[in-house]
Design a protein. Structure first.
Lengths: 413, 217
């Protein structure tokens, strides 16, 4: 009995001691478990300005524990310069899907990027300079250094591998467009659905001619670098040609000097083509203001004073869209708008007689000229849209069952 | 003449179009430097283009003053405003234009206390125009316009506190309308616009669309 009691007593003391020691050890900062798999590598798909570092997460990761990475140009250096300091419960591979994808294990590894130029305060480092890194775990006054030293050399990459999906899609769509352009030459009779706004151009110009009032063409606020402005000058050339034929008066207001220069050239050539070079007046294509609201005020004033019979609002517009369209409607003009600014479409639709919505603006050139090569691009756009719809439906169905590879296939980085 | 007016611009458009398209896929520093250089060229050209714009503006208004067309008095104000701004810009708070731009000068005052309030005034007209456009548009003439009217009323009420006072469901319905059918329509338009932009860009790069050069095709 005595022996049994002794055994129980000693066992109890042993377990209690072990239990207390475990609690103390777990809470003691002196016992940091350092991470493993510390690696450095050149960050892929960049200009050669960063180096990436990765290491496994530690069981001690918490907001009170920090990872500090030291950098040196010499493997046997002192590693005194601090490259980066992060909280140990942050910066995982999950924040870099362009490198590691969407694997579940990404949450078990840390990942950071170092900008050596920033670390060395803008100092120009030699090309192909190999840099060395040391990882430390810090908690309060306790520091645990990892033995392993990681090294890497930053260099620029020639191809962005994560944009290859974008490149392939571009090639496919471009091939489709070029194919239909060539195909349209052989088969020029192509069906185009009616676009009310473009059919109404003749009506609007005829009205202006009969009333003896000018036609006002209003460019949007973007410059020649914008596709919608290029589409607008294309429409302007067709409108100017018809106005030259009808002997009506055209006024083109511009917000940008380069757009103004292009518009002058376009209108002049249109009048020349119509055999009416004498009717062209360069003063009718002018700059009114280069700021948004002065532009609106000037165009509003022109509309109120000169009362044009037809207003064309073609291009990319911002908040001034409704002010322009409402002012024009109070003068009784027929108004045709065309924009790819989806935020302004509702305003144009409610106040203008006809509106070219989004891609109809780009289709205008083909629609008005009926040239086979231009019409071929419209067919190609429709085929592209059909492909996108199929992919959208397929991707939605797959994603509903948790298969997201199509979503990631089309991801842009 | 045709070579300079047609061929050279088309070659430039092709070369620069293909080059800048490829630049997007190359992350190397040389590619980034190329982008920086081309952007700088663009800004320089735009800077010179300002002189063309200024000439056009002053010529237009001088013609209006000379011919005394209706509203020529406003053209006098254009000259007045331009000259005053130029004078204070050159004066630069007494340091003149060859020094760095000074802060708190009369030039800044004209911008912050004349131009900005004037722009804000024009912007504020938008509120009244929205009301008048809404009054004209939101009529239950057809099935579609009835749906538009109901949706518009729900969204407007859902965006102001009174909507929540009327019913707690109104803000939720308004959010759903904006997040689901409205967003679907927006994305549909964006898809079409994106494809249209790609097609138009290709037409310009390959010289199929040449109307921007003037003289048709």
């Amino acid at each position: 009995m005595n022996l049994l009691k002794k055994t129980f007593f000693l066992t109890g003391i042993f377990f209690i001691s072990f239990f207390i020691t475990s609690i103390l050890v777990a809470q003691s900062p002196a016992f940091l478990i350092p991470p493993t798999e510390f690696k450095a590598f050149d960050t892929p798909n960049d200009a050669g300005e960063t180096i990436s570092l990765t290491w496994s997460a530690s069981p001690n990761d918490s907001p009170d524990v920090f990872y500090v990475i030291y950098i040196d140009r010499d493997k046997n250096g002192a590693f005194e310069k601090e490259a980066i300091r992060i909280k140990s419960n942050t910066s995982y591979r999950t924040s870099a899907p362009e490198i590691y994808g969407y694997k579940k294990k990404n949450g078990d590894y840390h990942y950071v990027q170092i900008f050596p130029k920033k670390v060395y305060n803008g100092e120009t480092l030699p090309k192909k300079q190999t840099l060395y890194f040391k990882l430390t775990m810090v908690s309060g006054d306790t520091k645990v250094f990892l033995d392993a030293i990681a090294s890497a050399t930053a260099h620029g990459n020639l191809i962005h591998t994560k944009k290859i999906n974008n490149f392939v899609i571009m090639i496919i769509i471009s091939t489709i467009i070029l194919y239909f352009i060539v195909h349209a030459r052989r088969n020029p009779d192509m069906f185009l659905r009616k676009i009310g706004g473009l059919d109404a151009v003749d009506e609007a110009l005829g009205r202006a001619t009969e009333m003896g009032k000018p036609v006002l063409f209003v460019h949007g606020l973007t410059g020649m670098g914008s596709i919608s402005t290029i589409a607008a000058t294309s429409i302007l050339s067709r409108i100017a040609r018809k106005i030259a034929d009808y002997d009506a008066n055209l006024k083109v207001v511009n917000n940008d000097p380069i757009v103004m220069s292009v518009s002058q050239e376009v209108v002049k050539e249109s009048y020349l083509e119509a055999g009416r070079p004498d009717a062209y007046n360069s003063d009718n294509v002018f700059l009114v203001a280069s700021e948004q609201f002065p532009y609106v005020a000037a165009v509003g004033g022109i509309m109120t004073r000169e009362k044009p019979a037809a207003n064309f609002f073609i291009g990319y517009f911002y908040a001034e869209a409704l002010i322009l369209a409402e002012t024009g409607s109070t003068t009784g003009a027929i108004q045709i708008a065309g924009t790819d600014a989806y935020t302004q479409l509702p305003f144009f639709i409610t106040t203008c007689d006809y509106t070219l919505i989004g891609e109809e603006l780009y289709a205008a050139s083909a629609y008005l000229s009926r040239e086979p090569m231009l019409m071929g691009t419209l067919r190609a756009q429709d085929v592209g849209k059909g492909l996108l719809i199929i992919i959208l439906i397929l991707g939605t169905i797959l994603a509903s069952f948790g298969l997201t590879f199509i979503t990631h296939l089309f991801e842009a980085f | 003449m045709n070579f300079l007016k047609r061929t050279v611009p088309l070659v430039i458009a092709f070369v620069m179009g293909v080059l800048m398209a490829m630049q997007y896929y190359v992350p190397h520093k040389l590619s980034q430097d190329l982008l920086e250089v081309v952007s700088r060229w663009d800004r320089i050209i735009a800077g010179f283009a300002v002189f063309i714009g200024a000439y056009s503006l002053f010529h237009l208004h001088w013609t209006r003053i000379k011919r005394k067309v209706e509203g020529w008095g406003y053209s006098v104000f254009v000259y007045f405003g331009a000259i005053i701004t130029l004078i204070f810009g050159f004066l630069n708070g007494g340091k003149f234009f060859w020094n760095d731009k000074q802060q708190g000068t009369m030039f800044d005052w004209l911008y912050y206390y004349v131009q900005v309030p004037a722009g804000a005034t024009i912007f504020s007209i938008l509120a009244f125009f929205i009301a008048s456009a809404a009054y004209r548009t939101f009529r239950a003439r057809t099935n579609e316009s009835t749906v538009l009217l109901i949706a518009a009323v729900l969204v407007m009420l859902g965006r102001v506190p009174i909507g929540n006072y009327i019913s707690q469901y109104i803000p939720a319905i308004a959010d759903w309308i904006m997040a689901v059918p409205n967003l679907a329509a927006k994305r549909g338009i964006l898809l079409g616009v994106s494809l249209g932009a790609i097609a138009t860009s290709l037409k310009i790069i390959f010289g199929i669309e040449r109307s921007y050069l003037g003289g048709g095709d």
